[in-house]
Design a protein around this ligand. Structure first.
Ligand code: UDP
Length: 316
């Protein structure tokens, strides 16, 4: 297939480029580097790969045939989308509209990267695909949550009206190499703090929960979904759930760090609990995560250590 990957220079987008190339496809990555980085693609040396620098909220321009679009462009860390709320809303709404327009013009399928954030601060636990969510539309996270909820709605409209073969993956917390050290999420923050011997910043009491999936596991679930017949949303994530405090202690143990734990204010509307019900992915895709948190964190730790050695300024 010839596959267009929006957000192709991002954390997940670049791993998807790798996977699609390894499967023998042709890949056209598109990114405007607002949160992605050319460095995430610098290792790729394939005649089946090409890159276009474009802001997909303004349009996506791809010559030739396209068989499938993996639509991953968006700021995705709370710190990023708090700084870039308008760009986040535009890429979720206009960018998704443009991606669907491209799919329609080329007769291509499209997979939308949606998110567990569409469940908001969930009142159902663990979260199944049937749950409609509990989102504060006007809160600080509303720009991301509502952009992705709109994106799901317009994807379903194009599926129903224009018969496009669409897929929706709801991605839960994911980590791994190529996350930005300074993206503000829990995994880069804690690993960086542990490596540098700085205090680990636990927000609130640390009793809120998250479930962490390693990037290669997630990409495998997404690849399987792309190749499947399923058009309704599918949760992909790792169901092993930790409190933030437990996670901080695990990072300390794994890194052997003597960093103390300090508490900082809990951000507004921070979801109190999050864990995917992955029954649907298990049944429909034959997928489940394989990498343990210890293994995944070890690999991520090595990546961040190397980054800190080679880019001390950004790290600071
Ligand atoms: N968090 C924390 N300290 C940090 C960064 C995050 O305690 O330095 C908490 C945050 O409040 C949330 C969880 O870790 O409860 C996950 O946050 P993240 O920003 O990774 O993503 P989210 O799951 O909230 O989208």
């Amino acid at each position: 297939m010839r596959i267009v990957i929006t957000g192709g220079a991002g954390f997940l987008g670049s791993h998807l480029c790798d996977r699609c190339l390894a499967e023998g496809h042709e890949v056209v990555a598109v990114d405007n580097f607002i949160t992605g980085s050319p460095e995430n693609l610098s290792h790729i040396d394939s005649p089946r790969f090409s890159f276009r620098k474009q802001n997909i909220s303004e349009g996506i321009f791809i010559d030739g045939n396209v068989d499938f679009i993996l639509h991953f462009a968006s700021p995705a860390s709370p710190v990023d989308y708090l700084e870039l709320p308008i760009q986040t809303l535009k890429v979720g709404a206009l960018g998704t509209h443009n991606a669907l327009g491209l799919a329609r013009a080329k007769g291509a399928g499209l997979l939308l990267a949606s998110t567990s954030e569409i469940y908001g601060d969930p009142l159902v636990h663990p979260q199944t695909e049937e749950y409609w969510g509990n989102v504060n539309t006007i809160g600080p996270r509303g720009c991301y949550d509502e952009a992705k909820r709109f994106a799901e709605a317009i994807v379903m409209a194009y599926h129903r009206i224009h018969n496009i073969d669409t897929k929706i993956v709801r991605i839960f917390n994911t980590y791994g190499p190529r996350m930005r050290l300074n993206d503000g999420r829990i995994v880069p923050n804690f690993l960086k703090q542990a490596i540098l011997g700085d205090p680990l910043t636990v927000y609130g009491g640390g009793q809120q929960t998250r479930s962490f999936c390693f990037a290669t596991d997630l990409v495998d679930g997404i690849y399987r979904l792309m190749m499947s017949q399923e058009n309704m949303p599918v949760n992909i994530g790792n169901p092993s759930e930790f409190t933030v405090l437990e996670f901080a202690n695990l990072v300390k143990k794994l890194t052997g760090s003597a960093s103390p734990i300090v508490h900082q204010p809990l951000p507004q509307d921070d979801p109190k609990q999050r864990r995917p019900d992955i029954t649907k992915a298990q049944h429909i895709l034959g997928w489940q995560p394989k990498v343990t948190l210890e293994e995944g964190l070890q690999e991520t730790l090595e990546y961040f250590r190397h980054k800190l050695e080679t880019m001390p300024l950004e790290a600071g």
